[in-house]
Design a protein around this ligand. Structure first.
Ligand code: NAI
Length: 336
């Protein structure tokens, strides 16, 4: 999709962080922008921010409060967009998400249901609700695109990121499926796969709904503070949205928003290939031992996780809830 002006964008999670950055950038590109979020206070603040950034008039920005895991509410949001803007979105971006980290083996149903509910089931809801509307309104007539904000977490299998990584890997796969399926209709599809972004996701645990409160993870205020410090080193949401827009314009299925995207994805694919043979398993084991020795000898931790690796053990980041005493306490955030 290359022409945005005068068209309609719908961005979930558009009241904060990455979604807000996308709303600003596509509003500035001349689109009518609808945003959806579960937090009314965040929506109220976002509308003014978007208008101030893009210069759009108030009638071209629509804020809708919705819990995207609720199908009736999500379908009502789709109706609202058509009612106010006169049609479904030409650009549909599902960015809302939550995260929570802790040992896979300590994960509870609540951890899975909350994280996968928002990061995966809600994305499925959006696809089922919106894709038929988009095809009926625009196929063969004008350019359209659907996308989801996935994560680099979808390319890795982390010992402390199981629900999140599983959801994001599934989102990557879904976007590729829809890319193939929607091509004949002239509709593109992409998954945005960033690493660290400077957003408000560090405080998402504070908004975990009451019905999902039984977590197996250590989610203390100290852990939340550390996450804040970690994400503050991430890419700016506006810069990320600009890179995302360029990826959409180029029709990329996977938008890994870094200059070395090809190399870093290749490394993850090499790991998967290695896991398919005894020789490959030995190679991975040797690589792991090499990394351990390098770290012991003082090699720097990758920048993106340096804060977590340095301060995490002290505050119990990525650990199990303190009353769970059977989990390996030496667990690292990423890596075995
Ligand atoms: P954020 O917390 O600033 O924004 C996420 C928004 O989603 C929040 O406003 C929140 O209220 C909303 N939300 C959560 N549950 C919802 C629900 N059930 N219904 C409607 N809205 C809901 O976080 P951020 O970082 O902007 O997250 C956006 C996306 O970026 C997420 O999918 C996240 O997984 C992804 N991501 C974030 C990274 C980071 O380092 N911050 C890294 C890679 C991916």
């Amino acid at each position: 999709m290359k022409d945005f002006a005068g068209k309609i964008a719908f961005i979930t999670g558009g009241a904060s962080g990455a979604g807000l950055g996308q709303a600003k950038v596509f509003s500035k590109a001349g689109m009518k922008v609808a945003i959806a979020d579960i937090r009314q206070d965040a929506l109220d603040g976002a509308v003014g921010e978007i208008a101030a950034y893009s210069g759009a008039k108030g009638s071209d920005i629509l804020a809708i409060k919705v819990d995207l895991t609720n199908r009736e509410e999500y379908a009502a949001a789709a109706d609202k967009i058509e009612e106010v803007f006169g049609g479904p979105p030409h650009l549909f971006i599902q960015t809302a998400g939550v995260n929570s980290f802790g040992p896979a083996e300590a994960s509870t149903f609540d951890d899975y249901d909350w994280v996968m509910g928002v990061c995966l089931s809600a994305v499925v809801n959006g696809l089922v609700i919106f894709v038929p509307r988009i095809i009926k309104a625009y196929a063969g007539k004008t350019e359209c695109h659907i996308a989801a904000t996935s994560s680099w977490g979808g390319w890795i299998a982390g010992p402390t990121t199981a629900p999140y990584s599983a959801a994001k890997a599934a989102v990557n796969n879904l976007m590729e499926s829809y890319y193939v399926a929607l091509k004949p209709y002239g509709i593109g599809a992409s998954a945005l796969c960033p690493m660290n972004i400077n957003t408000n996701i560090w405080e998402t645990e504070r908004h975990r709904p009451e019905r999902f409160k039984n977590s197996g993870y250590n989610t203390t205020e100290d852990v939340i503070d550390l996450l804040k410090e970690h994400v503050s080193g991430g890419i700016d949401p506006l810069e990320l949205a600009e890179r995302f827009k360029r990826g959409i314009e180029a029709g990329q299925v996977f938008i890994v928003p870094y200059p070395n995207a090809y190399e870093i994805v290749s490394r993850e694919q090499e790991r998967v290939r290695n896991y398919t043979s005894p020789d490959g398993m030995a190679k991975e084991e040797a690589a792991e031992q090499f990394m351990i020795k390098m770290r012991e000898a003082g090699a720097p931790v990758p920048e993106g996780i340096a804060v977590l690796e340095k301060k995490g053990p002290k505050v119990g980041f990525g650990k199990a809830r303190t009353d769970i005493d059977w989990v390996d306490a030496s667990r690292k955030f990423i890596g075995k």
